[in-house]
Ligand binder design. Structure first.
Ligand SMILES: Cc1cc2nc3c(=O)[nH]c(=O)nc-3n(C[C@H](O)[C@H](O)[C@H](O)COP(=O)(O)OP(=O)(O)OC[C@H]3O[C@@H](n4cnc5c(N)ncnc54)[C@H](O)[C@@H]3O)c2cc1C
Length: 457
């Protein structure tokens, strides 16, 4: 088959939240002629759904609007998508496993208050590091190199913690999808400080009404559908002073500029002519992502509440956490959501488990029973949304190894001629997260529009 030759002002590589935001921003800056190209048969990237048999969906990827997010709610409002706050249910007990023992707690650590004496200084020290960092360019902080060579594991060693205290901290940070030996204290402090707003009271959960962040994707992608090529992995990009040419198996697309809205590590699969500068290539090798999975079990009622339990459980039989997500159901059914973070330790411990959805479902059911007791009735649905086998996503979280942030961070958002970088990882200051994706998309849309409009003069 001969390849189709197309022409456009800007090619946007990646139809995730960041690429779609960039395309919208380009159009808002007067550059109408954009073409979005994605490898998958759908838009949304790390935001997508699991369909439910009776209709409705669960969010398979991003779901929670953190208290510190500003741009995601603003974009949702522009698109007419509502964000709702859900107050935490009070008066119920959480389950936490410590050294394999099941503890019930109305407040965090209530069953082991002595741990606060050990953990307090650790949290304070981490907050101090976070406060010392430049939130947008942490690599420019004078202590960045020193902090980036200390792993989270080595830093925690300095506190001589009891195994129970250590377990609490390691569970806290497992959401990074990296083992404590695999990330630096610089990254942990930076990532934590930019994503979580400090609140005195437990913050209400913020969710996108009417289908989660996928509703934002649908509202963004709808008007751009005629300008979106799916099932089209980008294989190579030629770039020069006058323009770019983007190649897929079926298309050759000439444009004034390209916005690249994919995770840096995945860009290693795209070849560039001329080759990208060595620093950029090094960044792409070292900016790693970590996979994970979400699980959902649906019951006719939220039976755990009748037992005085909130549905929250941590450190549960390899399922890092379980929470009550009944709020996304029809109002009567009980929904438990589980999250697994693919740290190297977890992946190597049972590689087969993480690759096998049926075994994951069984493991989830076992974890639910261990946490909340025998189920009074069988779940009506159990779903696995696994990112372990997804070849077009780097995973759920980004966790650059020690040294990468301080040495390669300066390259992260550096555009190269007519190549403009977007993607959640380049968000200022939010690296990763939906907030980063929107910030980066807006920045890239503006930068690429400037290039095109300059050519037109
Ligand atoms: C399970 C999970 C839970 C999460 N939870 C949250 C949360 O609660 N809150 C939050 O804020 N964030 C969360 N995140 C992170 C959030 O989803 C991401 O930060 C954000 O969606 C990334 O958007 P993006 O557009 O930058 O990248 P992506 O969504 O990864 O989009 C990039 C697109 O590029 C495409 N692509 C890649 N390579 C090529 C190629 N060669 N050619 C063509 N196309 C290509 C991919 O198919 C993809 O569609 C979660 C992520 C996961 C996976």
């Amino acid at each position: 088959m001969t390849k189709q030759r197309l022409q456009t002002d800007v090619v946007v590589l990646g139809a995730g939240l960041s690429g779609l935001t960039a395309a919208r921003s380009l159009q808002q800056h007067g550059v109408e002629d954009v073409l979005i190209v994605d490898a998958r048969d759908r838009v949304g990237g790390r935001i997508t759904t699991v369909p439910r048999p009776g209709g409705g969906t669960f969010e398979a990827g991003a779901e929670f609007i953190e208290a510190a997010f500003v741009e995601v709610p603003a974009l949702a409002a522009e698109l007419g998508v509502e964000i709702v706050s859900v107050d935490p249910v009070t008066g119920l007990q959480d389950v936490r496993f410590s050294g394999g023992e099941r503890l019930l707690e109305a407040e965090p650590l209530a069953a082991q208050p002595e741990l606060m004496d050990e953990l307090g200084p650790v949290y304070e020290a981490l907050a101090e590091i976070a406060a010392s960092l430049d939130p947008v360019h942490p690599w420019e902080t004078p202590t960045a190199r020193d902090l980036d060579r200390i792993t989270l594991a080595a830093w925690l060693d300095g506190f001589e913690l009891s195994p129970a205290a250590r377990e609490v901290l390691e569970t806290d940070y497992s959401f990074l999808a990296a083992s404590p030996e695999e990330v630096s204290i610089l990254y942990v402090a930076w990532f934590g400080s930019i994503s979580h707003a400090e609140t005195e009271e437990p913050a209400p959960m913020r969710l996108v009404a009417g289908g989660g962040p996928s509703a934002i994707i649908a509202a963004l992608a709808g008007p751009l559908s005629e300008r979106t090529l799916l099932d089209s992995p980008v294989l190579s990009v030629e770039h020069g002073d006058d323009g770019v040419t983007v190649h897929t198996a079926d298309h050759t697309i000439d444009a004034r500029a390209v916005v690249i809205a994919v995770h840096p590590n995945l860009l290693q699969r795209v070849s560039f002519t001329p080759t990208l500068p060595p620093a950029r290539r090094r960044l792409q090798q070292r900016w790693l992502g970590g996979p994970g999975a979400k699980l959902f079990a649906v019951y006719p009622t939220p039976w755990w509440r009748e037992r005085g339990l909130s549905g929250t459980a941590t450190n549960t039989l390899g399922i890092a956490s379980i929470m009550d997500m009944s709020v996304v159901g029809d109002g009567t059914e009980g929904i438990l959501a589980g999250q697994i973070a693919g740290t190297s330790e977890a992946i190597v411990a049972d590689t087969d488990l993480l690759a096998d959805d049926e075994r994951l479902k069984d493991a989830f059911r076992e974890a639910i029973v261990a946490a909340f007791g025998e189920e009074p009735e069988e779940p009506t649905e159990v779903h696995v949304a696994s990112w372990f086998n997804d070849v077009w996503s780097p995973g759920c979280a980004t966790a650059p190894p020690p040294g990468a942030v301080s040495l390669l961070g300066p390259v992260l958002r550096q555009d190269i001629g007519r190549i403009v970088f977007a993607g959640a990882e380049t968000g200022e200051p939010f690296c990763d997260w939906m907030e980063g994706a929107v910030l980066a998309g807006r920045r890239a849309g503006h930068a690429a529009a400037r290039l095109v409009l300059r050519d037109a003069r």
